[in-house]
Design a protein around this ligand. Structure first.
Ligand SMILES: [Zn+2]
Length: 783
């Protein structure tokens, strides 16, 4: 299920709410106890909705369920039915007594039942249907349409088959269905399976009979009614022809073709990777709310039928549930990432095969950034994807983080093992429930790759891992270079270092050669000496973004001067000179940088993030690096004391120590960019300098140090500098380009500066000591 309204809700809360708690989970042992299906097995439901009253928002009908006991000595039969009123109950066509308290309908058959019995329990009922408090789930009415949504976001347990028929309402119990819905002649009724017939009921009403041939849990059978238009098609699947039905509002009928133009392509992608389409038909029915992956009859909201491809990720998500959720159903709410995390990951798989790997990588990268920044806020804590509390079963941890875990698992195994393994898993557990541990154990056994360490780290632990190259050291050897690489693992809101990690290392040569190998390591640090056939200019971890760790990176090949936004990394590169193309990758690591090797009490490093700049540089490349800071946002823990001033530090790699580098500041003292005027390969981090230690006294906007007038000026201005130490005055334009640099000896100076060669505009003048301490800044307008 995926609701756009729900996404908006998440975004809203993200603005209001910021909290973090770490939870951990170690096995599959805490899954919800199944109450009803412990003692009974539902085999078949005949659901008869004889009257759906759109005016009163009520239903009336009866359901006959064929049951067999799983235990001996049963004296009562417990079914679930929410809010509706029971009129009478028959067992094997004989009226029996019952009680209906809360959601529990207890039927007394009058004899003791055992595992050899089969009985037909028929329940007649009517009334106002239950709707989940989120307005998404239950049996709902909207104008001249009515429909069910099989789960409710806020209902615990979430299953809402019981909103419209008496049933064993959990993720495990699967049955076959015949659904009979009586509607006026002007309307149509849809459900799962195939349409058997439409019979004349009265002169003004007809009964639509749908029948399933594949078993389903109760939340996946559906009913929708309305004055639909129907568009049909046929998909030539690998196991035969599959009918397609698209029931839409008549006003949307011309948009169907545009909306679903890639439906068959997407079916092909899923069949290639997951096996034959697993149900009788491919169906979408328009509903006011949703979307919901009812088997063979997906409820797809009106807003999705827009005539364009802009929402195809959405119907692709629901379609992927036919394999992940419907063919194989998560065994409990705690396993929901097996449905939803995989479906969100299928969105990216769809993009990969429709539009190419770059598009899907960008899609996953944006989602990863969102997960790192926001998921713990919307879900109110850092959770493992397995074992999630039921209040956030349909939250971002399950969906978005679940997708990142699936992506990482795919690459951990490699495509061949992964997709073959998944196909076999879907076949092995076909039309059955499967748990997280079932998936782990099946894939381990099928692929021969022990997945215990992977699941412990990625599925059963909260928070995030972060991997980076500490340093590389190359020495010439017989036919190339022996290159020692040290990699480091850091943790974000989790406590255990992951073991058996697979991390790709790509070596780049100065002639742009590439050589990739995998480093497998456990714990905090790993190293390996690789034989590389050329002299490496750099060693980059996870160049192809196969691991969804707490890092966002971006690559550009820079051929021209000008500014490039390395979006997602909170950095920009302003190239002032480039004589030959350069390859630049910037990684924004969402973990604290290594500590200073020689502690400096006046300097405190960021506790949240740092950058790594890598690539193939050459002497003709000169660029400013612009690193974003926000005192009240990303860096809210950094500048806390009254004497703190933000600075930027650099080190070439993990063997060196952090050093201060000169910078200029663009923006206010609260938010903006620190600009480093010669970007180098290595690591950069923000730090707080405590001025009370008297170190080079950074003092932004000490007006007595720098006076510039008039302001606004026309071509010329007068600058007065009072420098306490050897100092430099830097002039920067509004894009951060450095226009001029003027050194000063200690003492007072006065000079005239001309803007004539640069033209009118806004210019920033920054006075700092040669050791990098800010003295004063002035914003000037030239007209
Ligand atoms: Zn879903």
């Amino acid at each position: 299920m995926k609701s756009l309204k729900f996404i908006a809700f998440l975004t809203f809360f993200l603005l209001l709410h910021y909290a973090g708690t770490v939870y951990s989970q170690n096995s599959c042992s805490t899954a919800t106890k199944i109450i009803y299906s412990d003692s009974l097995d539902a085999i078949h439901y005949d659901i008869h909705l004889e009257d759906i009253n759109l005016t009163n928002k009520t239903i009336r009908g009866y359901t006959e369920v064929i049951l067999t006991p799983k235990v001996n000595g049963l004296s009562s039969i417990k079914l679930e039915l929410e809010q509706l009123i029971v009129d009478s109950v028959k067992v094997d066509q004989v009226i029996k007594s019952y009680s209906h308290e809360g959601n529990t309908l207890t039927v007394f058959p009058g004899s003791t039942l055992g595992i050899s019995d089969t009985l037909a329990v028929r329940v007649y009922y009517h009334g106002t249907t239950f709707v989940d408090p989120s307005q998404c789930g239950g049996f709902q009415f909207s104008g001249n349409y009515a429909f069910n949504l099989g789960v409710g976001f806020n209902s615990i347990p979430h299953n809402l088959g019981k909103a419209w028929f008496p049933c064993i309402d959990d993720f495990r119990d699967r049955a076959l269905y015949d659904v009979y819905i009586t509607v006026p002649n002007s309307m149509k009724a849809t459900s799962g399976g195939l349409l058997q017939d439409v019979t004349v009921n009265t002169s003004s009403a007809r009964t639509w009979h749908w029948k399933t041939t594949y078993s389903l849990p109760t939340y996946l059978i559906s009913a929708s009614i309305g004055a639909y238009s129907l568009v049909t098609d046929t998909y030539n699947g690998i196991a035969g022809q599959v009918p397609i039905t698209l029931y839409c509002r008549p006003t949307d009928s011309l948009k169907v073709e545009g909306t679903f133009q890639h439906l068959k392509n997407i079916l092909g992608i899923y069949e290639d990777h997951f096996g034959p389409y697993p149900f009788e038909r491919v169906g979408y029915t328009a509903t006011a709310e949703g979307a919901m992956e009812h088997a063979a009859n997906i409820s797809y909201p009106y807003s999705g039928w827009d005539g364009t491809t802009s929402n195809e990720w959405w119907y692709a998500h629901e379609l992927s549930h036919m394999w992940f959720g419907d063919k194989v159903t998560c065994a409990s709410a705690e396993d929901m990432w097996l449905n939803e995390g995989w479906a969100v990951w299928c969105e990216s798989l769809t993009l990969e095969f429709l539009y190419g790997k770059d598009v899907s990588t960008e899609y996953l990268r944006n989602k990863l950034k969102n997960v790192i920044l926001n998921t713990h806020v919307t879900d109110d804590g850092y959770y493992p994807v397995y074992g999630i509390p039921q209040t956030i079963t349909y939250g971002s941890t399950v969906y978005e983080k679940g997708a990142q875990v699936t992506h990482t698992l795919r690459n951990y195994l490699g495509d061949e093992l992964f997709f073959n393994g998944i196909k076999a898993y879907l076949q092995h557990f076909a039309y059955q429930p499967a748990s997280t541990c079932d998936l782990r154990d099946f894939l381990s056994s099928y692929t021969g790759v022990d997945l215990d360490d992977f699941f412990n780290a990625w599925v059963f632990s909260p928070g995030f891992l972060n991997f980076s190259v500490g340093y590389m050291q190359a020495t010439p050897s017989a036919s190339g270079y022996d290159v020692k690489v040290e990699v480091n693992q850091k943790l974000l809101e989790t406590t255990e270092y992951a073991n058996s990690n697979h991390l790709e290392i790509t070596f780049l040569g100065k002639n742009w050669q590439q050589y990739t190998d995998t480093l497998i390591f456990s714990g905090k640090q790993g190293n390996k000496t690789f034989h590389v056939p050329f002299e490496p200019a750099d060693a980059i971890s996870d160049l192809h973004e196969k691991v969804s760790d707490a890092a966002i990176d971006r690559i550009f090949v820079i051929k021209n001067t000008g500014e490039i936004d390395f979006s997602g990394t909170y950095s920009k590169v302003l190239t002032n000179q480039v004589t030959d193309s350069v390859f630049v990758r910037i990684t924004h690591n969402w973990v604290a940088p290594d500590a200073m090797k020689v502690a400096n009490p006046a300097i405190r490093l960021s506790d949240a993030r740092y950058w790594k700049v890598q690539g193939i540089f050459n002497p003709g490349f000169k660029a400013n690096g612009k690193f974003f800071f926000s005192k009240s946002g990303l860096d809210k823990n950094l500048l806390t004391g009254p004497n703190d001033s933000i600075i930027i530090l650099y080190r070439p790699d993990s063997r060196g120590d952090w050093m201060r580098v000169p910078f200029t500041r663009l923006g206010t003292s609260n938010i903006g960019y620190l600009i480093v005027d010669s970007l180098a390969k290595g690591e950069y981090t923000l730090a707080a300098l405590d001025k009370s230690y008297g170190m080079a006294e950074p003092c932004i906007n000490n007006k007595s140090r720098l006076k510039i007038y008039p302001n606004p000026a026309h071509e010329y201005c007068t600058i007065e500098v009072d420098a306490p130490d050897p100092s430099i005055l830097t002039v920067v334009d509004s894009k951060g380009s450095i226009l001029d640099k003027m050194p000063f000896r200690p003492g007072k100076h006065e000079l005239t500066w001309s803007s004539s060669s640069r033209g009118p505009g806004v210019y920033y003048f920054h006075l700092s000591t040669l050791s990098g301490a800010d003295l004063s800044s002035e914003k000037m307008i030239f007209n």
